[in-house]
Design a protein around this ligand. Structure first.
Ligand code: GDP
Length: 422
């Protein structure tokens, strides 16, 4: 049984649950592949020697080689996927950038992406993008160029642009998290296509709301459709732009607390009563009040060696910054456990069934070989018995012949001496 918690030892990031489980299952599959190859070679040799294994059986063994190789390939590519949804300009791209600690996705007015953008790690320090249906690696020199590439292209709203960013630049990319940014849910009529093409294998969904307004019908409708197609999707809700509320001159602290609790209640109700995807306790851990723009600025300051608060936009920076970090921690726990379950549990039971099937086939062949060997032994025994019988007979015949010859010789001698005497 695959227990994700088994892998949660000393490492600080909860993402290591997935990283270690992936390494472990890849190692196990490496061993399964060796076993399958070795067995198939052995079976082929048996087939050449004797008629113990038939053609169908041999082909079945060979099919396991392909099956295991295909699973290994999928396993090596498996990752954790998070998809961001919400209305245009709520800050989806900014949240992704804040999590990546760098301005990778273009954001802001005029930089609205009208297609899906996926950010994933690349090996070898390269940054490039790839458009759907093409293998061409388009070099990404800087963010401006990337923004232009995404805006100028007449891309279909449900098509996908993949942005490959050097793994070593960000721990989330290094640990195999893939980010998907979507066009605003307010612009699309094709929610079904979106979900079928980009969401069915997402481990976590993040709904990015604008804390200055209430959740819209389009935002709700999108998640209703998601939860009809997926059983219990993991949904986090970020009330973004919380700095703006703190900046409102007419907002007293008590007023702010009231707004926050109203939003919280609505979000929890949405997850529990409307979508029925979580219970109250779980839902309370999935709703956050953050400022993506501020967090990104703080992290850029940090990367320059400055204190993070230099990125602050409004009063209460520290609380919002902590809340963003709290979101990241809970998100990491959720995504790694969910990905281990959905991605590896299936593979581990397939691996078990392949090795189980091969074992019972081998047991079967072994049984046949034993019967075959016993049969040969019986034939050998019978032959030995016969030979022994013939030998005894021969000895008797020889003895009789000897006696006869002896008697004949004596008889002849007697006759000869008799004749001589006469
Ligand atoms: P998207 O369309 O949902 O991806 O939104 P963007 O990330 O492109 O953000 C739209 C605009 O809102 C940009 O100018 C961002 O800088 C700004 N923005 C995003 N998040 C925040 C935030 O938390 N606070 C403030 N004040 N502005 C934000």
């Amino acid at each position: 049984n695959f227990n994700p918690m088994m892998y949660q030892t000393n490492d600080k990031s909860p993402l290591q649950i997935f990283v270690r489980a992936k390494k472990k299952i890849n190692d196990i599959y490496g061993e399964i592949e060796e076993y399958v190859l070795e067995t198939t070679t052995f079976i082929n040799a048996l087939h050449a020697d004797a008629e113990i294994v038939d053609k169908a059986e041999r082909e079945l063994f060979e099919s396991y080689v392909f099956k295991v190789a295909a699973i290994r390939e999928v396993l090596q590519r498996d990752h954790m996927k998070v998809a961001f949804f919400g209305r245009t300009s709520n800050g989806k791209s900014s949240v992704i950038n804040a999590m990546l600690r760098e301005k990778i996705l273009p954001s802001g007015i005029g930089h609205t992406t009208n297609c899906f953008c996926q950010v994933e790690g690349s090996d070898g320090g390269e940054a490039y993008l790839m458009k759907e249906g093409s293998d061409e690696k388009l070099n990404v020199v800087n963010i401006k160029q990337l923004a232009n590439a995404l805006c100028q292209e007449k891309l279909c709203e449900s098509s996908l642009v993949r942005i490959f960013w050097p793994r070593e630049r960000c721990s989330l990319l290094r640990d195999d998290v893939v980010f998907v940014d979507s066009p605003g849910v307010d612009v699309s009529a094709n929610l079904d296509d979106w979900i079928d093409n980009h969401c069915l294998n997402a481990d976590v969904f993040v709904l990015v709301l604008n804390a200055e307004s209430t959740m819209t019908r389009a935002e709700k409708q999108f998640f209703h459709t998601v939860s009809q197609k997926l059983s219990k999707p993991n949904i986090f809700i970020l009330n973004n732009r919380w700095d703006a509320s703190a900046n409102e001159p007419e907002f007293q602290e008590s007023e702010l607390a009231k707004v926050k609790s109203q939003h919280t209640e609505r979000c929890i109700d949405f997850l529990t009563k409307e979508l029925k995807v979580s219970n109250e306790k779980e839902a309370a851990e999935r709703v956050f009040f953050v400022s993506a723009r501020e967090t990104l600025q703080a992290r850029i300051e940090e990367s320059k060696g400055n204190p993070p608060h230099l990125g602050a936009i409004a009063e209460g920076f520290q609380i919002r910054y902590f809340e963003f970090q709290d979101f990241e921690r809970k998100f990491e726990e959720c995504i790694s456990q969910s990905a281990v379950k959905t991605k590896f549990q299936q593979h581990s039971s397939r691996g078990k069934s392949v090795s189980g099937d091969m074992r019972s086939m081998l047991d079967n062949i072994y049984e046949r070989i034993t019967i075959f060997r016993n049969l040969k032994q019986d034939q050998k025994n019978l032959l030995t018995e016969r030979i022994q019988g013939t030998e005894t007979q021969m000895m008797q015949v020889t003895r009789e012949m000897k006696m006869k010859i002896h008697n004949m010789v004596e008889e002849v001698e007697e006759k000869v001496s008799k004749a001589l005497n006469e």
